[in-house]
Design a protein around this ligand. Structure first.
Ligand SMILES: Cc1ncc(COP(=O)(O)O)c(C=O)c1O
Length: 458
């Protein structure tokens, strides 16, 4: 045994190549401005669960009904997790249950569809270019992109001219197509949802109403956004976005759907659960009930609102819908004459991570006109109001550099833009990166209006 342990230690010590990369990623997370709306920094306690002995254990089945022995503690952990999830969302145990075994949000959504639908049945969700998720049935004309539009027939709804959910279209789709599952919830939308309308339209065609609250579940748990539990039958959520837990997902179901959901997860689509993640979720669900977490979520939205204000008033960015009810800010860059992919590329080069995003009217989500920004991760890092204003300033600088590269070099496509940026604007990129890294290192010491070198005054 001792020999085996020594060998194990020697092997891990030897894996410098891998651990060096992990160290670098840790440093990148430390040194960059994280604005990806679906990301967050989980706690040390959650990380301890993920790296614990629980990863060794197989436990196919559910508490007290396992296919393997040795699960007496695993059963207790899963039961604790279930009870904390229900309590985090103030749910009545008689009416609601939750499956905590899904490996991820995509698998959770697929498990729901497969619990109720046959291939070819109709689903309707928010179209991906309008803010829906791949797993809500995304496809392009005659081409299926996500399996959800290949296996099922997807009839998506979109946004109206004000960039808000087109409830009239939802009504029409329910009348004309009678989807079996009507999906609400989104990946890139900054406003709250009228669940009562979705319920009305789902009832009009006998559809199951499913909500995917993956992005904003932290806001639902703290009562800062409308609750889907009042109106929906099934609610899915990832646990790593605003909930700030491990990478996994939950499926809440009305008790009448318990068997359908549980058998769809196991044995339907998954084998043994990731017990280390289930423990991580349990840890996080305890935190959700604290005053600190409620304050955190409130700050996430205050920071997002501050960014909306500053970016639109001072820097003339076009914020879709003008503001946000959650952590997401959607920006249409058409008035800046740059694309989302160009902005994402330049930001990435200088240590700001965000993603390109489709806005209404874009034909392809692969070359969209906008970007999506989120404030969950920077709020976890306790960014102050001054820090938020500084981030807005850096975004403006990146935008201006994109404009400069386009004007000076008149590049015709993204490939050329990237090539020109790297070859001819390396000095500017390095300088902005240096400026951002120094700011982050000395965050509290810097005054807001720093003197920038002439290079950065575009
Ligand atoms: C609304 C929504 N649902 C599902 C998912 C998929 O989650 P995962 O990446 O864990 O599969 C995402 C991921 O971004 C999402 O935004």
């Amino acid at each position: 045994m001792l020999k085996r342990l020594q060998l194990f230690k020697k092997n891990t010590e030897k894996d410098i190549e891998l651990f060096d990369l992990i160290k670098k990623e840790e440093q990148r997370q430390e040194e960059e401005i994280e604005l990806i709306a679906s990301e967050n920094f989980t706690s040390e306690n959650v990380k301890k669960c993920l790296g614990s002995c629980l990863t060794n254990k197989y436990s196919e089945g559910y508490p007290d009904k396992r296919y393997y022995g040795g699960n007496k503690y695993i059963d207790q952990i899963e039961k604790l997790c279930i009870s904390r999830c229900l309590s985090a969302f103030d749910l009545n145990k008689e009416k609601w249950g939750v499956n905590v075994q899904s490996y991820s949000g995509s698998i959770a959504n697929m498990s729901v569809y497969l619990a109720f639908l046959k291939p070819g049945d109709i689903i309707s969700g928010l179209n991906l270019p309008d803010g829906g998720h791949l797993t809500h049935g995304f496809g392009l004309l005659n081409k299926s992109i996500s399996h959800t539009s290949r296996i099922f027939k997807s009839v998506p709804y979109g946004l109206n001219n004000e960039n808000l959910i087109d409830y009239d279209q939802v009504k029409k789709i329910c009348e004309e197509y009678s989807p079996k599952i009507l999906i609400c919830g989104y990946s890139a939308y900054s406003r709250d949802i009228d669940y009562s309308l979705f319920r009305k339209y789902a009832d009009s065609c006998g559809a199951i109403l499913m909500c995917d609250m993956s992005h904003y579940s932290g806001f639902v748990a703290t009562g800062m956004m409308n609750s889907p539990f009042e109106y929906c039958d099934i609610i899915t959520t990832t646990t790593h976005k605003t909930l700030r837990g491990p990478r996994a997902a939950l499926i809440f179901y009305k008790k009448e759907y318990e068997n359908a959901i549980n058998s769809s997860v196991f044995q339907g689509i998954q084998g043994g659960p990731n017990n280390n993640k289930i423990a991580g979720i349990a840890t996080q669900m305890k935190e959700i009930k604290t005053k600190e977490y409620k304050r955190y979520i409130s700050n996430v939205n205050l920071n997002a609102k501050l960014m909306c204000k500053k970016l639109s008033i001072k820097y003339k960015f076009n914020i879709l819908t003008g503001n946000t009810d959650n952590h997401i800010i959607l920006i249409d860059l058409k008035n800046k004459n740059i694309s989302g992919a160009e902005m994402e590329f330049i930001c990435d080069k200088v240590g700001i991570t965000l993603n390109k995003n489709a806005v209404k009217g874009d034909v392809s989500p692969f070359n969209p006109s906008g970007i999506r920004i989120g404030t969950s991760a920077i709020t976890t890092k306790n960014y102050s109001n001054d820090d938020i204003l500084q981030v807005c300033f850096y975004l403006d600088i990146c935008c201006k550099l994109c404009q400069k590269i386009k004007n000076d070099t008149s590049c015709i496509n993204l490939k050329e833009f990237k090539k020109n940026a790297q070859e001819d604007y390396n000095t500017e990129l390095t300088e902005i990166k240096y400026e951002i890294t120094s700011y982050l290192k000395n965050r509290k010491k810097f005054s807001l209006k720093r003197e920038l070198s002439s290079l950065l005054r575009f």
